[in-house]
Design a binder for this molecule. Structure first.
Ligand SMILES: Cc1ncc(COP(=O)(O)O)c(C=O)c1O
Length: 379
């Protein structure tokens, strides 16, 4: 039986064949420790240096501003806790938004337990944070603003440049979670004006369990992992050479093919949307109509249950739900709740996300399967 059509690229991505080829020698032969001074350490050490250069080239920063981590979650933890602890004497207030990933929200909640104060800013009906809201939330004791570059569920892209400009005038640090944007839209740190930026490897066709954190030179951050001196004394532990090589290659491809991939993902996403809309008008698009990731389509179907749609289409299409219906309750995602999607719409929300490997034929088939399921469940 053929595999279901994969339309869940915001959850994770397949490994790019070029990434696999780059990693293969480090899986099969090059097992050396990059810290070893003998022959076996030479190639792994060189590979880690090259990977760091590639990540830095993508973000347009210096290579000594890139720290490898275990993924988006660790990068966010390091950035937020690291700033909070070092700057505690200056202040104890952090600003974030209500629609961040749990890898930010849970960290903020943890810090609240340690006495920090956190403002969780609301968003508008498209999922946008406004600079005015940020400026109104700033206090003399604000030390950090952490706002995601783009949302994983609805794809809305935040005005990070404006936020960073406003923060800079007040000497407040800015972190952005770019887990969903690498390889989908530009994410150069100087253009964005951020001090810290998180990357997740498995969202950009590299393996799971690897990521990176950009820390602008001169920014003091508490050490995350204590032990030996790897990662410029910030994150101890023998380097995950295999996956670091994969991340480096993935970032090289993300930079090289950005324009082409953006166009490809958007064309197919829009084809899917138009196709569904033509057959089934009673749908609602979530997220910003324009300021949105080129691959992300969050669609609500009125008075239907997302889990039921996913069950119907499951053998042919793999996608995500924006809400989970239980016997007598509906658990709507915090993102749909924050943007104010009415319950009758929110409970029937699918997240369909395209990627580099998506084809036109897959989109046409997926459109048919989804519309057939919706029609069946409605009748
Ligand atoms: C916006 C965002 N931030 C952080 C993460 C966590 O990244 P990782 O799975 O690499 O820990 C994800 C993954 O879903 C994400 O979408």
């Amino acid at each position: 039986m053929p595999k279901p059509i994969y339309l869940d690229y915001n959850a994770t991505t397949p490994h790019d064949p070029e990434v696999i080829a780059a990693m293969r020698p480090f899986l099969e032969e090059e097992f050396g420790n990059p810290s070893s001074s003998h022959w076996y350490g030479i190639k792994p050490k060189k590979a880690v240096i090259e990977a760091r250069n590639k990540v830095a080239a993508l973000l347009n920063c210096r290579e000594d501003e890139i720290y490898f981590t275990s993924g988006g979650t660790e990068s966010n933890n390091h950035a937020i806790k690291g700033i909070a602890h070092v700057h505690r004497k200056k202040g104890n207030h952090i600003i974030t938004s209500q629609i961040e990933h749990p890898a930010v929200l849970e960290v903020c909640g943890f810090l609240e337990g340690l006495g920090f104060e956190v403002s969780y800013l609301p968003v508008d009906e498209h999922g946008l944070v406004t600079v005015t809201e940020i400026e109104q939330a700033i206090r003399p004791e604000t030390i950090l603003i952490t706002i995601m570059q783009a949302n994983n569920e609805v794809g809305t892209i935040q005005p990070i440049e404006e936020i960073a400009r406003s923060a800079k005038n007040r000497r407040i640090m800015v972190h952005t979670d770019a887990a969903q944007t690498i390889g989908k839209i530009p994410a150069e740190v100087d253009g964005l004006g951020v001090d810290l930026l998180s990357i997740a490897g498995h969202k950009v066709y590299a393996p799971k369990g690897v990521g990176a954190l950009y820390i602008r030179n001169g920014i003091k951050l508490e050490k995350y992992m204590h032990g030996a001196g790897q990662e410029m004394e910030k994150r101890a532990g023998t380097e995950n050479v295999l996956e670091i090589v994969g991340l480096g290659k993935a970032c090289e491809i993300a930079k090289r093919d950005l324009e082409r991939n953006m166009k490809h993902m958007q064309t197919l996403r829009d084809r899917l949307y138009e196709g569904i809309k033509k057959r089934w008008e009673e749908t609602k698009l979530n997220g910003h109509p324009q300021k949105r990731l080129p691959n992300t389509l969050s669609l609500s179907f009125y008075d239907l249950e997302a889990n039921r749609i996913l069950e119907e289409i499951g053998l042919e299409v793999a996608a995500s739900a924006g809400a989970a219906c239980h016997s007598d309750t509906v658990e709507v995602s915090h993102v749909l709740e924050a943007i104010g999607v009415p319950l009758d719409w929110a409970k029937g929300t699918l997240r369909l996300t395209t990627g580099r490997m998506t084809t036109e034929a897959e989109i046409d088939r997926a459109m048919q399967v989804i519309c057939d399921a919706v029609e069946k469940l409605k009748s």
